[in-house]
Design a protein around this ligand. Structure first.
Ligand SMILES: *Cc1c(COP(=O)(O)O)cnc(C)c1O
Length: 363
């Protein structure tokens, strides 16, 4: 058994990020001997029944946890969410057509930039004017748009769509990288969902894509084999060598989530963590939340101290207390506490306790 030293660390990293302890244990055992095969998970063939059962379980766990209907296909693909920024329009948007995008921050903007390479883009709603501290409320989506793209959780800005525009009148596409499976949504109402695994569902190196197969096959450009979703559906995410270990870790994390009681249960826990954090934040004048209250993310809390010296001191205190990843993104500054599914309530209690203590001494 491999001893863990993680117990003293509170990992608020934004991604790659904290995973359940039992996933680390199980994954480390599988590196030495996978399922008593005498082989490491790192050296088995992807076409073996050993790995096929991992892929099958991972895909069926996603179907079950998201309660997907038979039109929705589950894929595990290479490339991270950033690859999806171009793969989505390549598969869904003709050159002379229009796609509707929401501009809610760093990630939404990157998706827009890539879509423009393939067709026309309209901005259905933007929060640029609030410096991305809010989510746009009134969208204007052309009925002729090939799809509407939203970023359900802006990881850097710390905003989250609470009300999903299900009834936008066109196919709905979402980058859910940082809040996938963190809350109950009507996943069948999305036509395409993608998420890099390294925030809520596993290790870096694999991307979850859930796609309604009925929206595919409508563009007239030639699509390279590896980038055509239909080929991956046909081959069951085994068109080429999948990221075997990353798929395995995702499967373990999904198994863990099911064992917790599924998405509805984890949502309650996530809400309780976020509530404790934001309640503490609002009670301490030394700290200031930067996001409009109704749009605050349950996954990534962004906050500041308006004093550069105290900011540095607080970061140092966090470091001393074993709190990792509190420094804000380099483009925003301040602090960010990421509270993904696997982050325990006791970590939020430790952080909020530290904030209170610090504010009492300095405030
Ligand atoms: C992290 C993140 C990405 C980028 O993911 P990669 O896997 O690094 O490509 C895209 N969108 C959102 C919302 C993210 O949080």
């Amino acid at each position: 058994m491999i001893e863990s030293v993680k117990s003293v660390i509170h990992n608020f990293n934004s991604g790659p990020s904290v995973l359940p302890e039992e996933v680390f244990q199980e994954a480390s055992r599988a590196i030495l001997d996978f399922n008593n095969s005498g082989l490491s998970i790192l050296e088995i063939g992807h076409r073996t029944s050993l790995f096929q059962s991992v892929m099958d379980e991972a895909r069926s766990l996603v179907k079950e946890l998201m309660q997907l209907d038979d039109d929705h296909e589950v894929l595990f693909l290479h490339g991270g969410a950033t690859t999806q920024f171009m793969q989505v329009p390549m598969n869904l948007l003709n050159e002379n057509e229009l796609a509707s995008y929401t501009d809610t921050g760093t990630w939404g903007s990157k998706a827009i930039k890539e879509a423009k390479l393939f067709g026309h883009v309209e901005i259905a709603g933007s929060s640029r004017e609030t410096n991305y501290t809010s989510i746009p409320k009134n969208l204007s989506v052309s009925p002729t748009a090939a799809y509407l793209h939203i970023t359900t959780n802006e990881t850097i800005a710390g905003t989250q769509w609470k009300k999903i525009p299900y009834d936008c009148g066109v196919p709905l596409v979402a980058d859910m990288s940082s809040d996938i499976l963190s809350r109950v949504l009507d996943f069948n109402k999305f036509d395409l969902v993608y998420a890099g695994a390294q925030k809520n569902i596993g290790a870096a190196g694999v991307n979850l894509v859930v796609v309604n197969k009925n929206i595919l096959g409508k563009v007239n450009r030639p699509i390279p084999t590896i980038l055509d979703y239909r080929n991956h559906i046909r081959e069951g995410s085994m068109l080429n060598t999948p990221p075997v270990f990353a798929v395995y870790v995702a499967m373990l994390t999904l198994r863990w989530l099911k064992k917790q009681g599924g998405v509805a249960v984890i949502e309650k826990i996530n809400n309780a963590k976020a509530e404790l954090f934001y309640k503490t934040l609002d009670s301490l004048p030394l700290f200031r939340g930067v996001v409009a209250k109704e749009d605050r993310s349950t996954m990534n809390a962004v906050f500041v101290i308006d004093d550069a010296i105290l900011e540095k001191e607080f970061l140092e205190r966090c470091r001393q207390e074993g709190m990792v990843g509190i420094k804000g993104h380099r483009s925003v500054g301040g602090f960010r506490a990421s509270m993904y599914n696997a982050l325990k309530m006791e970590s939020v209690e430790a952080l909020t306790g530290l904030m209170k203590d610090f504010a009492n001494k300095k405030g």
